[in-house]
Design a protein around this ligand. Sequence first.
Ligand SMILES: *[C@@H]1O[C@H](CO)[C@@H](O)[C@H](O)[C@H]1NC(C)=O
Ligand SMILES: *[C@@H]1O[C@H](CO)[C@@H](O)[C@H](O)[C@H]1NC(C)=O
Ligand SMILES: *[C@@H]1O[C@H](CO)[C@@H](O)[C@H](O)[C@H]1NC(C)=O
Length: 431
Amino acid sequence: MRSATLILAELALILFTLTFTRAYNNGVGRAPPMGWNSWNLFACDINEQLIIETIDAMDSKLKKFGYQYVNIDDCWSLKSNRDPVTNEMIPDPVRFPRGIKFLADYAHSKGLKLGIYSDVGDKTCQGYPGSANHYEIDAKTFAKWEVDYLKLDWCFVDDAIKAEPWKYYGRMSARIKQYWSSHLLLNLQLVGLGVSKPHEWAPKIANSWRTTGDINSSWKSVLEILDLNKPLWKYSGPYAFNDPDMLEVEVDRPPNKLTIDESRTHFTLWCMLNSPLLLGNDIRRLDDQDRKWAKDIITNEEVIAVSQDPFVKQAQLLYETKVGTFNQSGACTSSNCTWIEVWMKPLQKTQTIAVAVYNRAGLNIKDPKFKAESANIIWKSLGLEEDLKLSVRDLWAHSDKGSFQKEYTTDKIAPHDVRLYSMSGSGWNRK
Ligand SMILES: *[C@@H]1O[C@H](CO)[C@@H](O)[C@H](O)[C@H]1NC(C)=O
Ligand SMILES: *[C@@H]1O[C@H](CO)[C@@H](O)[C@H](O)[C@H]1NC(C)=O
Ligand SMILES: *[C@@H]1O[C@H](CO)[C@@H](O)[C@H](O)[C@H]1NC(C)=O
């Protein structure tokens, strides 16, 4: 009991700190933003019609589950130049003939929000005009267009920006506060933890910040990013999120594609990580029969509730069960192996936690050295008293499992699959 109380008191303190002294609280986005972004599937192949259809699809299929943002990524502006008179960025007149304000108005008319993209350096990653030396005019322009989200990338940055990224991102952030103070979520893209430890300074100037390199739709990429985010839980809280990058559920971009189980695991863990939940798939086709599995994953309300929980805490890896011998790339070198991870996220409702268990297994899902495994969730390892009675609910299956003491044994979890439980009881207190 004491360890549980300690952990929870510590969490409460961190929550307090983040809320009142660190987070860039501009009144929107207390919980992680939910929406869609054009990059993962469409890259530069974007236009007004795609965005309108995506807004319509979000309105009819996903809004009721909490998805709100339709975010346009790179390649939306005129590549060659800014407006020679005003110095504003110009929406590509062929692909976005009615401009960005038109799309923002359209999104707002449906009760949704529109996001836009720029770069803290000279050019965007695809070579379009960046915001360097134009922070003031760009913040004004985005305010005029009434966009709701800005992803500010990290390409073509000069040595000065590289040396003090917080200064340059901070300038743009200040301009945004000045012109568009209370409506815009700011997301910083900083590639590579080693470069500048964005989590140490970004919470003061942005709502979310990339913590790793780019995700792709491979299991290896999901695991790599997950591992890098493990130690960062304490930097996440209301209005301030580590960004392990956008979702790859049903994003078919050869040579990679996550399996259904891997997609479910990826989605679960991103909910646990307090990550922005930005879909990357073609949501216009979400009702196609062969994509029903993806809709089932991204619209599971009990799982989404873990992401959107008002306590707004990032999960921690509590323990792993790793049996057998492994080489450096995680391959099993004995006759068989087990590798299971147990993650815990405290929830707002007192005495309730979310527990995710996934079968990490080997990188290759068909590796015969790994099997479907059941796992023991042990109260002591969660920091709880053994005699505590906890009711366990399976949030993917929508079923109550009953009330347990000391431990709960899961059913068999296939390699790369996951279970997500809410566990609640009485007898332990959170300060
Ligand atoms: C995807 O990411 C993994 C992990 O970083 C990397 O090894 C792989 O080369 C990437 N694949 C593609 C197609 O970018
Ligand atoms: C680990 O083992 C796998 C499978 O045998 C192999 O492909 C990989 O190169 C090994 N990695 C290292 C670092 O030895
Ligand atoms: C798994 O490996 C261990 C030793 O590494 C061995 O004792 C056990 O019999 C193996 N189990 C199976 C099912 O192969």
